[in-house]
Design a protein around this ligand. Structure first.
Ligand SMILES: [Zn+2]
Length: 233
């Protein structure tokens, strides 16, 4: 991983990865998924690219959030498939999906790791944690019925793993964690995080940068896998 501060990439000319390249990645990922299904239970990774269809998310010039996060999601899923995980995405194309559908897919795939991807309006990578330490009294009644209730520790471990990996790739000072109040993620029964990438003004998105982001996020998944494998053995 090259240690290129995102801000230094500002002046580069941004463009979205060619569709051909992502189609290739998706085909590789489908092939890996079939292979994995034949063997034993591998950890299930569900990547959740935000927005889709008529919901573009943030738009700047030629760039739109729904396309950038879909490209990164496909890259992460391909890496995870090759790395021996069962990888899937809540959406693999440009269509609208409800929060309920996204959560249902994570249950259907028996997700061990669930990662929502968005682009934010800040220069840092912000990792939102559905529950950091000790939920407030105000939130407890909601969380008692939610998927996250039994996964707080795993989510905290995934956060640690992801902070390390993204910090190594892009600089520790560029990665911040924030608690996420009751949201879609609170209903997910898996280690779950929402990663909000730097704004279109603060980073120059290109297929190269998107590949670097996917690599770093996948390293975070691997770190978490190592951490939990040590505990289970
Ligand atoms: Zn978004």
């Amino acid at each position: 991983m090259k240690k290129v501060p995102l801000l230094l990439l500002l002046l580069q000319f941004a463009h979205i990865a060619a569709a051909q390249e992502t189609d290739y990645l998706m085909a590789a990922f489908e092939g890996d998924k079939k292979l994995m299904a034949k063997s034993g239970r591998a950890k299930s990774v569900v990547i959740d690219p935000g927005h889709g269809g008529p919901d573009y998310g943030i738009i700047k010039g030629q760039l739109n959030e729904k396309g950038v996060v879909l490209d990164i999601a496909k890259r992460i899923a391909a890496l995870a498939g090759r790395g021996g995980f069962r990888a899937s995405a809540t959406r693999s194309g440009d269509h609208l999906m409800s929060f309920a559908d996204r959560v249902n897919l994570s249950s259907k795939e028996e997700a061990d790791i669930f990662l929502s991807l968005h682009v934010g309006n800040h220069q840092e990578i912000v990792i939102y944690v559905p529950l950091a330490a000790g939920p407030s009294e105000e939130l407890k009644p909601y969380l008692a019925e939610s998927g996250q209730h039994d996964y707080q520790l795993r989510t905290a471990e995934l956060l640690k793993s992801m902070e390390n990996a993204l910090g190594k790739g892009f600089g520790r000072e560029r990665v911040i964690a924030k608690p996420l109040p009751y949201s879609m993620l609170s209903r997910v029964g898996a280690a779950a995080l929402l990663i909000e990438l730097p704004s279109f003004d603060d980073a120059s998105y290109s297929s190269e940068l998107q590949a670097e982001i996917a690599d770093a996020i996948y390293k975070g998944i691997e770190n978490y896998e190592k951490l939990t494998a040590e505990k289970e053995s």
